[in-house]
Ligand binder design. Sequence first.
Ligand code: 6PG
Length: 233
Amino acid sequence: MAFFPFEPYADLTKLQNAVTDSICELITETLKSKDTFSISLSGGSTPKRVYEMLATRDLPWEQIHFFWGDERNVPHDHSDSNYKMVKNALLDHIPVKESNVHPVQVQVDAPAEAARAYASEMEAFFGTAMPTFDLVLLGMGDDAHTSSLFPETKALGVTDASFIENYVPKFQAHRYTMTYPAISAGKDIWFIITGSAKREALKQVLFGERNLQLYPSQGVSPTRWFVDAEAVE
Ligand code: 6PG
């Protein structure tokens, strides 16, 4: 029996509650010693429910700044947009100032320029080349990608930028993603992984050969894992 570096949550609901409670606790703790809390949000379906649950909590929204760890190369009103997903699940339900919300200013026809602009926006906010987020939330795909660091793609080898465009052959489309050094600069880095579809990828990431091209999530050292039983049995 392989030994996982975490205790899996019995079910999805328990995991989602734990993530929501943990985010609230981290915000409260962090704001005891600084004025703002910065979070890099993950896209995908797994965190959506967490964002919906966060929207019901009484948090100091005026002190919280929302960024996106990755984004699709589509307009903000497109159904695939991570911004749209977060807006629908969270932002439309809380009294957050527009200046606290930092979406990727997608340029469908000029993704490299849009990515550079976002890297500059993060540098201006943090005052450092790499963004020192208080919390980086990450999902993992069934192909072991995280953020939009997909297997065998250019972004995996980029270390001199915090945020770049990344052409993903399997989608025949660009994505936007934080790079490994940007993710690693986060103070807290949490993986949220659920469902049997992630089982094989998780096993390879944890116990397979060390190969970032095949298993990009191996390149992340999370400070916490939130994994449900479905993803490990
Ligand atoms: C995205 C995400 C991506 C996601 C994984 C898991 O834009 O899709 O950032 O990295 O976290 O694909 O997605 P699910 O949570 O939908 O399984």
